[in-house]
Design a binder for this molecule. Structure first.
Ligand SMILES: *[C@@H]1O[C@H](CO)[C@@H](O)[C@H](O)[C@H]1NC(C)=O
Ligand SMILES: *[C@@H]1O[C@H](CO)[C@@H](O)[C@H](O)[C@H]1NC(C)=O
Length: 335
């Protein structure tokens, strides 16, 4: 871990990062905004102490304890591929734009690992069924039922979540209070940061498909080598990917622009979904969906992070999965 911090901090401003000496939200925001012009900081978690939000910033565990747990590394030949200067999965697959762009909210639970992965599953299910199967797959189902995935609201292994999709399937389920799908995100996770007991049943009484019939499965899962063009190739041919990056003290204040580490110490490792890329004021970026709700930041819950220098490790942990080919006659789906 020390090495990763070192690499990230060195990328743009060798030995120029401010020490962790600022005390208030206001001082930190003021420092970030006067120190650089790539991104802007502002108040996101008003009245909250960042200490109390740590589960939000640290939901990804390191090495899986099972030495036999592996995930294949896929290497695409990109030599003949021409990548566009900018890309947005929502416009490339308009039939799935609302699923791809659906910003969710993990609440007080350290379940980013389940959100980033079920978001990728939902995107791929929609894209690979050509828009016929449009549903948000349930982070709740994975958080509460995947016993090989780690520690539920205290962090988990994104790779194990994809493996769970392959082996056991995942039912539908939207955000907390969305009343959508078989198992919407629960109050226990959202409000208390505690995972509910696993139920092999739908929690939404108005959802008519039974739990077992609502399971959707993955076909394969793999990791992409941390090379910019390989990641771009994967996103532009198959859809969004899940990624992990280091959250530093400055990141929670993100509003707009292209983020890079400007201030503060590491708070944890966070999983998110990359849906595209572009360039803003000369700065290349990844376009990323966060799971802290639509009101976080100034871009409706999305953020942009510097692309091409493994900023905060974002290019180092790219995982994806393919959806099982779906039956031609799907039932009606909710978001
Ligand atoms: C940004 O902050 C660092 C660390 O305090 C400082 O060395 C650097 O000069 C600052 N840059 C600008 C443009 O303010
Ligand atoms: C890993 O796999 C090997 C070979 O199948 C087996 O002998 C060993 O017990 C496994 N280790 C664990 C920790 O499951």
């Amino acid at each position: 871990m020390e090495n990763i911090i070192f690499v990230c901090a060195l990328m743009l401003f060798p030995s120029s990062l401010a020490q962790n000496t600022l005390n208030s939200h206001e001082e930190i925001i003021e420092f970030i905004n006067s120190n650089q012009s790539s991104w802007t900081a502002g108040v996101n978690f008003a009245g909250k102490d960042l200490k109390d939000l740590l589960p939000l910033f640290n939901g990804v565990l390191g090495l899986h304890p099972d030495p036999n747990f592996t995930i294949p590394l896929v290497f695409h030949d990109t030599s003949k591929i021409k990548l566009p200067a900018s890309f947005d999965a929502r416009t490339n697959w308009p039939q799935c734009a609302d699923i791809i762009g659906n910003i969710l909210n993990q609440g007080h639970c350290g379940s980013c690992w389940a959100f980033a992965t079920t978001e990728v599953m939902s995107d791929r299910l929609c894209i690979q069924s050509n828009g016929k199967v449009k549903m948000q797959l349930s982070a709740e189902d994975v958080v509460s039922c995947c016993s090989n995935c780690g520690y539920q609201c205290q962090g988990g292994y994104p790779a194990a979540a994809f493996q769970y999709w392959n082996s056991y399937g995942v039912v539908s389920g939207g955000d907390y209070l969305s009343n959508s799908g078989c198992k919407p995100y629960g109050s226990s996770e959202f409000n208390n940061g505690v995972a509910a007991r696993c139920q092999q049943a739908c929690s939404n009484p108005s959802y008519k498909t039974p739990y077992n019939s609502d399971k959707h499965y993955g076909a394969s899962y793999y990791q992409i080598l941390g090379i910019e063009t390989l990641i771009q190739n994967e996103i532009s041919t198959k859809g969004a990917v899940s990624a992990v990056f280091i959250v530093y003290q400055d990141f929670p204040y993100y509003q707009t622009g292209v983020y890079y580490h400007t201030y503060g110490v590491m708070l944890g490792r966070h999983a998110v979904k990359i849906i595209g890329w572009g360039t803003e004021n000369g700065n290349p970026y990844w376009l990323v969906a966060n799971s802290w709700g639509k009101n976080w930041g100034g871009l409706g819950g999305f953020f942009k992070i510097y692309r091409g220098n493994n900023q905060c490790g974002i290019e180092g942990g790219i995982l994806v999965a393919d959806s099982k080919v779906y039956s031609p006659d799907p039932v009606v789906f909710l978001m």
